[in-house]
Design a protein. Structure first.
Length: 453
């Protein structure tokens, strides 16, 4: 059997795999990109992009009531035409697909629509074809976790949410992480009665006071959050679903059930075991700061590793890896500090850097937390009282800002610029001496006065 030779083989055409392949191709490397799924992976097809589209639709729905409060006449709530909107959403995704295909062609990356399996540290097979390269990149991503709960299949995982063609009248969502919170908020805004079943607390890993405040906002928007019920089984009666809780309650009926109980890496069945590639207890591929596994020549990026499960992290990891291998940049790697992220909840929760708890663990008593609370002008004009919150975590005698957290409208757009400031080592006094842009919500971050110990 003939062996086709490349400089790099990438398994997985999601955000990370595409970034690595395209950057390597631009450096002149001969690259093969293997994937039997839809180009763009989770983010483009069943993640960031369609989720944000639905979030925008939910924002429009929220805007009806705000417009009436402003005094606009004859503004009536109307249900979203889901099929029409989904057509628009898919057209946008199709344009992304076309853009990727053009870029792959322009960079001479060989896209092969099939699944690959490693048979050696420098060799991949598809069953009918064999490829070799000195560098193989695993970028196979992750998938929604499934449970062995009886009746689990009567609900849907987060991928299935994007197959909905109408808004469920009553929805149960199991989970307390960012996927559960985001879907709960947008479904509620679009007209569903939503109950969220949370095992411990909302948004574990986020600054706890901010996560608690988000929960209060969600309840204020009409979302029922149940912290006391662990789902033991699900049953269908006619067209409706009923749940059984460990406390003996049987909540329902629901028209839809969404399981948002985490994600697990796609690291099995691709030949890693036979080659001795190390994985952690959850199946994530273990890599060093340079995306190298314990087997020379095999690299891994994105959600299949232990890195933060964020598309921009995977993209940067792929680009840094290609720069290191093919562009003479031996130290290119992702800096794990001060990676910003946003939960597209209602309202959004944005964060960069350390939580207060993490800062106190790292810096002891030399931590000061500044906090602010305000009603955004767009709400104040309408006579509403929904407040935005800010928490700034500072460390050391010079009060370097090591964490910044914001909950409220426009937090998603505001945090990006401040993330740059934190990476550059900004101190509280740098914020204090920066002239505010008025009137905006972002000015509140340079006008913080209140503080906790």
């Amino acid at each position: 059997m003939d062996i086709e030779s490349f400089d790099m083989i990438v398994l997985g055409a999601g955000s990370g795999g595409l970034a690595a392949a395209i950057r390597a191709g631009r450096h002149g490397a001969r690259v093969a990109l293997l994937d039997d799924g839809v180009i763009g992976g989770t983010c483009v097809n069943v993640g960031c992009v369609p989720k944000k589209a639905m979030w925008y639709a939910a924002q429009m729905a929220d805007g009806f009531g705000l417009a009436r409060d402003y005094g606009f006449k004859d503004v009536a709530d109307g249900p979203l035409d889901w099929p029409a909107f989904i057509g628009r959403r898919q057209a946008y995704i199709d344009r992304i697909h076309a853009g990727y295909r053009k870029t792959l062609a322009d960079t001479h990356v060989h896209m092969i629509a099939t699944r690959g399996e490693l048979i050696a540290a420098d060799r991949v097979t598809t069953g009918s074809r064999t490829f070799s390269a000195p560098h193989i990149v695993i970028a196979t991503g992750a998938r929604p976790r499934r449970l062995d709960t009886p009746g689990f299949e009567l609900g849907m995982v987060s991928d299935g949410f994007f197959d909905l063609r109408e808004c469920p009248r009553r929805t149960a969502i199991v989970g307390g992480g960012y996927i559960a919170v985001e879907l709960a908020g947008l479904l509620r805004a679009l007209g569903s009665d939503v109950t969220l079943y949370v095992r411990h607390r909302l948004m574990g890993g986020f600054d706890e006071p901010m996560a608690y405040a988000l929960g209060e906002h969600m309840v204020g928007h009409g979302i029922d959050i149940n912290y006391r019920c662990q789902i033991q089984d699900v049953r269908r009666e006619g067209e409706q679903l009923w749940l059984t809780c460990d406390k003996g309650d049987q909540p329902g009926p629901y028209d839809a059930l969404i399981w948002a109980v985490g994600r697990e890496p796609n690291s099995s069945g691709i030949g890693l075991e036979a080659l001795g590639v190390e994985r952690d207890a959850d199946g994530h591929i273990v890599v060093d700061r340079y995306q190298d596994t314990c087997v020379p020549g095999i690299h891994a990026i994105g959600d299949v590793t232990q890195a933060k499960a964020l598309t921009p992290v995977a993209v940067q990891a792929g680009r840094c890896l290609a720069d290191r291998l093919f562009c003479g940049k031996p130290d290119a790697h992702v800096d794990p500090d001060y990676i910003p992220s946003v939960v597209f909840s209602h309202p959004p929760l944005a964060t960069v850097g350390l939580t207060e708890a993490e800062a106190r663990q790292a810096h002891g008593d030399a931590v000061t937390v500044y906090h602010g609370s305000f009603v955004p002008m767009q709400f104040a004009l309408a006579g509403r009282s929904e407040r935005s919150l800010i928490r700034m975590v500072c460390a050391g005698p010079d009060e370097r800002v090591v964490g910044l957290h914001m909950l409220g409208v426009e937090a998603d757009e505001i945090m990006q610029g401040f993330a740059v400031a934190l990476r550059l080592g900004a101190r509280k006094k740098d914020f204090d001496t920066t002239v505010a842009i008025h009137p905006t919500s972002s000015e509140e971050l340079v006008l913080l006065n209140a503080r906790t110990a």
